[in-house]
Design a protein around this ligand. Structure first.
Ligand code: FES
Ligand code: FE
Length: 382
């Protein structure tokens, strides 16, 4: 039996660019390298600041191979620590979220840490006066707040937040003011939906970066944003936002009225949709009356949990207004996208995809993501 040979890159037509080979999406060793060199080395969007609404509130998140606690101290400041007791290494917090009164206590031998991570109590600690309570405090993780989210970085020397995180918005929109006008940090959570996607995180990024699929799988979105129906990657021209169709009143599942434009959003940003990818794991979607923010948690080479937040003006959420038509539009987009990614994942292990697939011209910018990735992996897997 013979199989049809898959074209190596050298024989591609000029309008096609090769994708990554299939094993980049299935190989546990490549995923391990991504954990080490991307998720544990770059700024990682871990938690929404307002979810930690009082001192002692905490959330545990998986960042690469590490579990990280994000919590609020007595002064109300956010702190992040490795979720590891300094005594014999037990995991301190096993719940995804919760609240403690004044301290974090290890369930194994009861070493107890204050909300700044300092060791404050342990059985017989007074009989060990030589123990430096700060040195045996929890291991601190770097933390920055931006857009109302806690971004953490496990690297000893974190990369520039301005360049690698805020820079992604600048690269996309042309300046920082354009995103600041949405005042995302002041918005309230209208809805959160968590998706457990059986696909490699890179398939989700690549899908988000192109609109070649929009006409096929996103009927509701292309109705609202007609220029997406051409598969034109307009969202990747600096400063360009896809314009609402003439008949469309708001960014809703049926094009009906949304809410009032966020007050500082400029007139030339009104009736437009902007998408920003903050590599490696965040997507930001800006529309006049709300912001949709996706955080990915890559858990395995073939599994990614995506937490998606719909954020509105506080008065919209407080008034109990019905946000369902506006949530439904992007929820459908998410479901359509993730189904496509899950449909693609099994092919990554097929001999048909040994040398990868191809990118058509409207997807060529995905190759920039691939170069970024292989550069960070230092040629591993090539
Ligand atoms: Fe935490 Fe012993 S491992 S107190
Ligand atoms: Fe899509």
């Amino acid at each position: 039996m013979t199989t049809t040979p898959v074209s190596p890159e050298s024989s591609l037509s000029p309008s096609l660019i090769a994708t990554l080979p299939g094993h980049f999406y299935t190989d546990p060793e490549i995923f391990r390298q991504e954990q080490e060199r991307l998720f544990e080395s770059m700024w990682f969007c871990a938690a929404r600041s307002a979810d930690l609404d009082k001192p002692g509130a905490f959330r545990t998140v998986q960042v690469g191979r590490e579990s990280v606690i994000v919590s609020r101290n007595r002064k109300g400041e956010l702190r992040a620590f490795l979720n590891i007791c300094r005594h014999r290494g037990a995991r301190l917090c096993t719940e995804e979220s919760g609240e403690v009164k004044r301290s974090l206590q290890c369930p194994y031998h009861a070493w107890t840490y204050d909300l700044d991570g300092k060791l404050i109590a342990a059985p017989n600690l007074v009989k060990m006066p030589d123990i430096d309570r700060t040195a045996y405090g929890l291991v601190t993780v770097a933390l920055r707040e931006w857009l109302g989210y806690a971004w953490v970085c496990l690297a000893d020397e974190p990369p520039s937040f301005e360049e690698t995180v805020i820079g992604a918005a600048v690269e996309r929109l042309g300046d920082t003011a354009s995103i600041e006008r949405y005042r995302t940090e002041d918005l309230a959570l209208g809805r959160r939906i968590t998706y457990d996607v059986k696909a490699n995180w890179k398939l989700i990024v690549e899908n988000f970066m192109e609109c070649y699929h929009c006409a096929t799988i996103h009927p509701e979105l292309t109705e609202v944003l007609p220029e997406f129906a051409d598969g034109y990657a307009a969202q990747y021209y600096v400063g360009h936002g896809a314009e609402f169709g003439d008949e469309i009143k708001g960014f809703t599942v049926d094009g009906s009225e949304g809410f009032a434009k966020l007050p500082e959003v400029a007139d030339d940003q009104d009736r437009r949709y902007y998408a920003i990818t903050v590599k490696p794991t965040v997507f930001i979607n800006l529309v006049p009356d709300h912001v949709i923010l996706h955080r990915m948690f890559p858990l395995a080479e073939d599994r990614t949990v995506v937490e998606c937040d719909w954020l509105y003006a506080p008065e919209v959420v407080e008034s109990g207004a019905d946000v369902s038509k506006s949530v439904e539009l992007f929820h459908r987009v998410n479901a359509q996208d993730f189904e496509a990614c899950e449909r693609t994942q099994p092919a990554m292990a097929s001999r048909a995809y040994r040398h990868g697939g191809v990118l058509v011209p409207t997807e060529h910018h995905i190759a920039i993501f691939h170069s970024w990735l292989t550069e960070h992996l230092g040629g591993i897997g090539a």
